[in-house]
Write a protein that binds this ligand. Structure first.
Ligand code: B12
Length: 259
């Protein structure tokens, strides 16, 4: 897309994402994303096995990432009700679905609504969000935004046109922080520096210092599933199991609103 036309399209699309309910929205170039730490790191560590490089939809050139805030006073946005995915995720999916339809009405751009899981055709949303200018990767290994700290959830779509990226931004709230996200972890997932077998792998990653252990974090998720009990919930005929996944690292972060 020629420069001025691309800029205008980017502006209109980002404005529409907000009009449809996104708290934050940004654009990243897929060429840049292919070089991003998660794509490059993928599969290089036995400790943090990852699904592999994303498989991009044919012709995709740009990614639009949106964020919806998950403030501490609305914990239910993040809860699983039985097999039903969290309300926050359904809000994200609805916004992306509407955006796809709206963008395609132009007749000039093809979109693909990215699934959540990388192994099912999705992408690494935190990396995409950093490149799109939504924030930075914090010592919690989460995307930290100036507005809401890490208390956001992400979703994306691809577009088959090269649009001007809206990031990255200069923002680093972790510098000088006393590591309260890491200290809050019930499984001490940040206590183990990763020895990366591949000398070319980027030492400071993940969680910026190579100190995030997925298996330990996942152990807590399994405990959270085991702790879920059936409760009466409006809209459900019978009591339903509510899974409240751990959010200790993000809730401990002082950055942004709700921090
Ligand atoms: C699989 C998965 C999990 C797994 C494994 C997590 C992991 N990090 O490996 C488990 C179940 C354990 C998990 C846990 C959690 N998850 Co999770 N998870 C995902 C999923 C589906 C893929 C993540 C992945 O595989 N990453 C690949 C691995 C290799 O990378 P990584 O460990 O995340 O670290 C990379 C980045 O930090 C990056 N990086 C580091 N520094 C820099 C610097 C720059 C400049 C850039 C560009 C990148 C970068 O490089 C690292 C790799 O080397 C994403 C959704 C998605 N499609 O992206 C959600 C996602 C990352 N999870 C999310 C959340 C909220 C959580 C939890 C808080 C649980 C919860 N209540 O939902 C915890 C927090 C864990 C943590 N502190 O990292 C959110 C994060 C939102 C945010 N603000 O960042 C996401 C985006 C989902 C969403 N709905 O929005 N998760």
């Amino acid at each position: 897309m020629r420069n001025h036309k691309g800029l205008k399209a980017a502006f209109l699309i980002l404005a529409k994402a907000k009009a449809f309910g996104a708290a934050l929205a940004g654009l990243a170039a897929i060429e840049d994303l292919k070089q991003s730490p998660s794509c490059a790191f993928t599969g290089r560590s036995d400790v943090n096995p990852a699904p592999g490089a994303p498989v991009w939809p044919e012709g995709a050139r740009s990614v639009l990432v949106i964020a919806v805030a998950h403030p501490p006073e609305k914990p239910e946005l993040d809860w699983w009700f039985g097999h039903r995915d969290p309300p926050g995720n359904r809000i994200l999916a609805a916004i992306i679905g509407r955006l796809c339809r709206w963008i395609e009405e132009s007749g000039e751009i093809q979109t693909v609504h990215l699934p959540y899981h990388v192994e099912r055709g999705g992408t690494y949303l935190k990396d995409a969000a950093v490149l799109a200018g939504l924030g930075c990767i914090g010592r919690s290994n989460l995307l930290v935004t100036p507005e809401y700290g890490p208390r956001v959830r992400l979703r994306g779509l691809t577009l088959d046109v090269p649009l001007p990226p809206s990031g990255p931004i200069r923002f680093d709230p972790c510098r000088g922080c006393d590591d309260r996200c890491r200290r809050a972890c019930p499984q001490k997932a940040f206590n183990h520096p990763l020895a990366m077998a591949d000398p070319l792998s980027r030492r400071p990653l993940p969680a910026r210092t190579g100190a995030y252990m997925r298996a330990a974090c996942n152990r807590q998720m399994e405990l959270d599933i085991a702790a879920a009990g059936a409760e009466p919930v409006a809209g459900f005929e019978k009591p339903v199991k509510i899974i409240r996944y751990c959010r200790s690292c993000e809730l401990a972060c002082p950055a942004g609103k709700g921090g």
